[in-house]
Design a protein around this ligand. Structure first.
Ligand SMILES: [Zn+2]
Ligand SMILES: [Zn+2]
Length: 264
């Protein structure tokens, strides 16, 4: 079984045919999904999607693109929402200096709020990092000194600097369809540096479809292709990389493991 640890099932491309999307994924061997929050203010939607299917979990958080729309939500509010049984993580939150949709100081402040929420709740933080590696590393180190938290560097395609810092801080790394792209030699090289027990896979659907679906709308079923390429960087076959990434998912997102144990 594979887990799509990061998708956006609330986006219209996927939500409008959610049952088909989930069924196609299950046929491909993808049996768990985390639908990722981009706005704390839309938590009701994520939660409803997760409540509708036992294989789907959700998170709560503000994407850095939207930090300007939700600049002042207190950590306590995010923690409160995260107590919902189907909510297993914080984020996605982070820094995106490629688009700079929100002012950088606001992005940084909102990101730190999410780190606090992750620390206080004990839930892992899903981190979005794009072209902001120096500030990202500074904030992560500074916040880790204030108190431990766990995190996942999602859609990892950053520099070796952030990879090394993430490894040192004990974070997990999730790889997306980007790792299948012809020109992504550097992503594959860095993926090989991450130990087997710290790698996950994701689609980030509806974005970033892997080869051979590149530039088409992405969906969770396609994570199979990403997993195969990640497996190659680790010398693991398809079955082995599925077992490894799924075990890592349950270790990082321990609340999902607990829930499923309780359900038997
Ligand atoms: Zn992201
Ligand atoms: Zn995302």
């Amino acid at each position: 079984m594979l887990v799509d640890s990061h998708c956006h099932l609330d986006f219209p491309e996927l939500f409008s045919r959610l049952d088909d999307v989930v069924q196609a994924a299950v046929r491909a061997g993808v049996e768990r999904f985390v639908t990722i929050s981009t706005h704390v203010g839309r938590f009701e939607r994520y939660r409803a999607i997760a409540e509708g299917d036992r294989r789907i979990y959700c998170t709560v958080g503000t994407h850095p693109h939207n930090a300007g729309e939700e600049p002042d939500i207190p950590a306590g509010r995010i923690v409160e929402l995260s107590r919902h049984p189907r909510c297993i993580g914080m984020g996605e939150a982070g820094l995106d200096y490629h688009y700079d949709f929100a002012p950088r100081d606001v992005q940084q402040r909102v990101f730190r709020t999410h780190i606090r929420a992750a620390r206080d709740s004990g839930l892992p933080l899903v981190i979005h990092a794009r072209e902001a590696d120096d500030d990202m590393v500074d904030i992560l180190r500074d916040e880790m000194d204030r108190g431990a938290f766990s995190a996942l560097l999602h859609c990892f395609s950053s520099t070796e600097t952030l990879a090394r810092a993430g490894l040192e801080l004990g974070f997990f790394f999730s790889f997306s369809g980007v790792i299948t792209y012809k020109k992504a030699d550097e992503v594959r090289r860095l993926a090989a540096l991450v130990p087997d027990d710290r790698v996950l896979v994701e689609t980030d659907a509806p974005y970033l479809a892997p080869v051979p679906f590149r530039s088409k709308p992405n969906e969770p079923a396609y994570v199979v292709h990403t997993a195969r390429v990640l497996g190659e960087t680790h010398g693991l076959n398809e079955e082995e990389i599925a077992a490894v990434t799924t075990a890592n998912f349950y270790r990082l997102f321990a609340k999902a493991a607990r829930l499923e144990q309780e359900d038997g």
